[in-house]
Design a protein around this ligand. Structure first.
Ligand SMILES: Cc1cc2nc3c(=O)[nH]c(=O)nc-3n(C[C@H](O)[C@H](O)[C@H](O)COP(=O)(O)OP(=O)(O)OC[C@H]3O[C@@H](n4cnc5c(N)ncnc54)[C@H](O)[C@@H]3O)c2cc1C
Length: 405
């Protein structure tokens, strides 16, 4: 039995395998396909959606080598698929390098993060997918295909495991940088009114808006003796030079970027995250706040607000446009679906795209309307995997040509 981190997804694969080499992955995939078994890969299991689930062969790639080489001059790292985001920190820093941006946690495997367009915040940066310069994938026939440019690369950069098994990634990384953190508690107006300008002028501007007194505690943001109901936990990160000394002062830390980004979460939430065009972001945020206030207590988790820069990966939330990211959660054990469906309907009016690893209601029709290259992805997928070896019940309705475009 396989379960995801938060415990809302599980499956019973016929077989689980932990290959030690790419050759072994090829043999396992070819063997499973010949037997008529479907194949999926499990990363660190930090997706909320059934993107890993299979009743066929489930691959665990933690036996493959992790970081394989670092090239400070070209700013490249070559890695196996199962290296976690956290495992890049020290080795890159030692070579004067860093991941260009990071999200809220570091537990994800790099191939899992890339496959779902996992992102941090900041208009200067795309998701992890945008840093992929080359990928090796094992396709349904058990052959290795290398993607290093053009359409194939942009398809592989975000493929939700539907094109094949990623066995190696080459990422472009950044020169090592240090961040100065600034965490403040602002009113909604203070965080929302200058949103566009703050997002454009800071490396990272994001906030959590708390609809009620209970909200802050749910994401570990509570401050003793302080009511944060109706207020925002604002995070601003900017780079600093060597003249600024390191600091562990709460809410004003200064240090290597990879140590500043990560937050700590409990598995007490089921999250949805949608992405709207940057130009319509403020309008969408105001509409979401209204909806959340009318849907309390179902909407008790904070609204997290971030930005992502435009990128070229076909299935990315930020393909061809800068985006504002809105995320909310439901409380496990409650019927949060009617609330999340309202969020889906509301943000659908803003041409919202989804996070592949977080709860969503995207239909095939919406996929084709909202992702300009969806048709190309489905066509390419069919040529690489004509018998749907890498599809499951969640992905088939979206990506199988048999479902009709
Ligand atoms: C507490 C928490 C915080 C989070 N914070 C953020 C955040 O800040 N920003 C953000 O964008 N997202 C965030 N997420 C979502 C998370 O980053 C994504 O769901 C990500 O995909 C999880 O990576 P994983 O390694 O757990 O992959 P999994 O969930 O295990 O898998 C994700 C997908 O990748 C595929 N996959 C994995 N490895 C391979 C491979 N080698 N080849 C082919 N396909 C593969 C899987 O089959 C699956 O389809 C968060 C999730 C949690 C639970």
């Amino acid at each position: 039995m396989w379960r995801n981190w938060v415990g809302n997804q599980q499956c019973e694969p016929r077989r689980v395998a932990r290959p030690q080499s790419e050759d072994e992955v090829c043999e396992l995939v070819a063997g499973a396909a010949a037997e008529g078994l479907r194949v999926r890969v499990a990363g660190a299991g930090h997706s909320f959606t059934p993107v890993v689930a299979t009743d066929g062969l489930l691959l665990d790639l933690t036996g493959l080598p992790r970081i394989r080489s670092l090239d400070p001059e070209r700013r490249r790292v070559v890695t196996g698929p199962a290296t976690t985001i956290g495992e890049f920190g020290e080795p890159l820093w030692t070579e004067g390098l860093a991941l260009a941006n990071q999200g809220d946690i570091v537990a994800q495997q790099i191939a899992g993060a890339v496959s779902t367009a996992t992102h941090g915040s900041g208009l200067e940066f795309g998701s992890f997918s945008s840093s992929v310069r080359r990928a090796r994938i094992v396709t349904a026939g058990g052959d290795v295909v290398e993607a290093d440019a053009g359409d194939l690369l942009h398809a592989v950069q975000v493929a939700v495991g539907a094109l094949g098994v990623i066995t190696e990634l080459e990422l472009e990384v950044a020169p090592a940088y240090r961040l100065r953190e600034r965490i403040e508690h602002w009113s909604w107006e203070e965080a929302w009114e200058p949103f566009d300008e703050l997002a454009r002028t800071h490396r990272h501007y994001s906030f959590f808006w708390m609809p009620s007194d209970d909200s802050a505690q749910l994401y570990g943001l509570a401050e003793p003796g302080l009511s944060l109901a109706g207020r925002c936990h604002v995070k601003i990160y900017d780079t600093v030079g060597d003249e600024v000394s390191e600091s562990e002062e709460p809410r004003r830390r200064v240090g290597p970027a990879y140590r500043i980004y990560p937050m700590v979460y409990e598995p007490n939430f089921h999250e949805l995250e949608y992405f709207v065009p940057f130009e319509r972001g403020r309008e969408a945020l105001a509409a979401m706040r209204e909806l959340m206030l009318t849907r309390l207590p179902a909407s008790v988790f904070p609204l997290e607000v971030r930005t992502v820069g435009s990128e070229e990966a076909w299935l990315s939330h930020s393909y061809g446009r800068d985006t504002v990211v809105l995320s909310v959660s439901g409380t496990p054990g409650t019927d949060y679906w009617p609330y999340l469906r309202e969020v889906d309907r509301l943000l659908g009016q803003f041409d919202a795209r989804v996070h592949w690893g977080k709860l969503h209601f995207l239909t095939r029709e919406q996929l084709f309307q909202r992702y300009p290259r969806a048709g190309d992805f489905v066509e390419l997928r069919a040529t690489l995997d004509p018998h749907g070896v890498f599809l499951n019940d969640h992905l088939r309705p979206l990506f199988d040509t048999a479902e009709g475009a």
